[in-house]
Design a protein around this ligand. Structure first.
Ligand code: NAP
Length: 455
């Protein structure tokens, strides 16, 4: 059993080794998790809310320490790491304040003397989570699940175990009963044994398509409910009436935020022919001006990828796309020196069938695609196996809205990059997964939606 090692992707220096736990040990933990659920489910919303607010307070107090940890473990720029912790605080407080209302009984008029729908906790939810938002992805599942009366079991990505244990510690510091939230540092090969355990009633996975397929298949075999938040290749349509300055600014941040490693990042830019050359010229200037550097430096626009192997895989995808006919406009070379750095890269004249069109490029590489007209742009945007986010950039909001409604994705934003907001559901269609997180839809994924009838 190999231990997990956190390696700083900016320097290549080892930060810390975390011992893996074996299946037998994990199963011992699950016995205690089940016991924790049996009493946690009986707590009131007021009790849960007080603890969840305390949890948010702990995140607030430890914000700088947590932000530095995320930056060290996965290379996010320090300013963005601080914002990530702030978002965790926001979501924790949102569910602390609203869970009771979101889960209140719904009276349904029938022939019964009384009939209603009630929402009851289910048990322990296993969360298999990615490294790209090492705090936020976890809180996005944990805050609603725990407020609904469930308990949470985390299997986090191997390269961010420091963040995983920091979250567990924050739950303990906030005063949550033991094992209401646990981090199990298990090998992904052992996820099957955990899903099969009777203590686990449901599984949520955020990560790549192959991981999603594998975990969903096991959960399916065991008849356990699943929510999958998988990859994306989000298309943004740039219409001919768009303000090009604003559009290229948005496209630059959209492709470089989180060092290009955001599921809902703008990845394919579908640009109308009449403005294609002007867009590309301005976009290239902006992407070249964005400063790549140490993620701890406040001036850095984007830092390294999370691991050297991920950077090397990304580079292969760029080379493959070029071999298939994409034109390299800028970037595309692995820099000398230590760290998992990759420069802001633009591939132009990308067309269906190319790697950069068909698959997710999880790094600072933008695909620019030419569309002959609006209908062609919509067709190209929808010509994808994924359907997570999408967008339209235009000076005509009505025109934008009409197109947004035709895009095959879980979210479509006009003149704004897709963001997750606790008040709105978040998730995808097609190979981007199923189920929803956040809002009332998210908290109702892991509850028993139970009908009560009094004759
Ligand atoms: P990943 O390689 O799929 O890993 C995600 C998690 O799954 C990790 O904990 C990983 O553990 C585990 N895992 C991998 N293969 C597994 C398997 N066969 N069985 C059980 N567990 C397995 O993804 P990643 O590289 O961390 O994250 C990047 C991907 O996540 C991108 O595709 C991105 O678009 C997607 N993502 C989606 C969303 C969304 O909301 N839709 C949000 C963020 C990221 P190990 O680390 O131990 O391998």
């Amino acid at each position: 059993m190999k231990n997990t090692i956190s390696i700083n992707p900016a320097t290549g220096v080892e930060i810390e080794t975390y011992p893996r736990i074996a299946v037998a040990e994990a199963k011992e933990e699950l016995i205690m998790v089940k016991k924790a659920f049996d009493s946690w489910k009986k707590t009131t919303f007021e009790e849960r809310s007080a603890l969840m607010h305390k949890f948010a307070d702990i995140l607030e107090q430890d914000k700088e320490k947590l932000a530095q940890l995320a930056t060290a473990e996965m290379g996010k720029t320090i300013g963005q790491s601080r914002k990530e912790v702030e978002k965790c605080i926001l979501v924790s407080r949102y569910y602390a304040d609203h869970a009771q209302d979101l889960l209140k009984n719904e009276i349904v008029k029938t022939e019964a003397s009384k009939s209603y729908v009630t929402f009851q906790p289910m048990g322990a939810v296993l969360a298999v989570m990615p490294w790209n938002f090492p705090f936020y992805q976890v809180i996005r599942f944990a805050a609603p699940a725990i407020m609904a009366g469930n308990v949470g079991v985390l299997k986090h990505a191997s390269n961010v175990q420091g963040c995983a244990f920091a979250i567990e510690e924050a739950f303990v510091k906030a005063g949550f009963p033991e094992k209401v939230f646990v981090n199990l540092n298990i090998d992904s090969e052992n996820v099957k044994d955990i899903i099969e355990d009777k203590a686990i009633v449901a599984v949520t996975l955020t990560g790549s398509e192959p991981a999603g397929r594998s975990v969903a298949a096991i959960a399916g075999q065991n008849l356990k409910k699943t929510v999958l938040e998988l990859g994306g290749s989000d298309a943004y349509i740039i219409l001919d009436d768009a303000d090009l300055e604003a559009a290229t600014e948005l496209a630059t941040f959209g492709r470089l935020q989180n060092n290009g490693q955001t599921c809902i990042a703008a990845k394919r830019f579908v640009v109308l022919e009449s403005i294609y050359d002007a867009f590309l010229e301005l976009y290239t200037t902006k992407m070249e001006a964005a400063k790549m550097g140490a993620p701890t430096d406040e001036e850095t626009y984007y830092g390294p990828l999370a691991r050297v192997n991920l950077r090397d895989e990304l580079h292969k995808q760029v080379e493959k796309s070029m071999a298939q006919g994409a034109r390299l406009v800028t970037g595309g070379t692995i820099p000398e020196g230590k760290g998992a750095y990759y420069p802001a890269t633009i591939l132009a004249e990308v067309t269906p069938g190319m790697e950069a069109f068909d698959n997710e490029l999880f790094g600072p590489v933008a695909s620019v695609i030419k569309a002959t007209d609006e209908d062609h742009a919509i067709e190209l945007a929808n010509n994808s196996a994924f359907g997570l986010g999408s967008g339209v950039i235009t000076s005509n909001k009505e025109r934008g809205e009409k197109i947004a409604l035709q895009l095959e994705a879980g979210s479509s934003f006009v003149n704004k990059l897709v963001v997750s907001d606790p008040r709105l559901p978040f998730g995808g269609i097609k190979n981007s997964g199923f189920g929803r997180e956040l809002s009332d839809y998210g908290i109702r994924e892991f509850v028993n939606i139970k009908s009560i009838w009094i004759e």
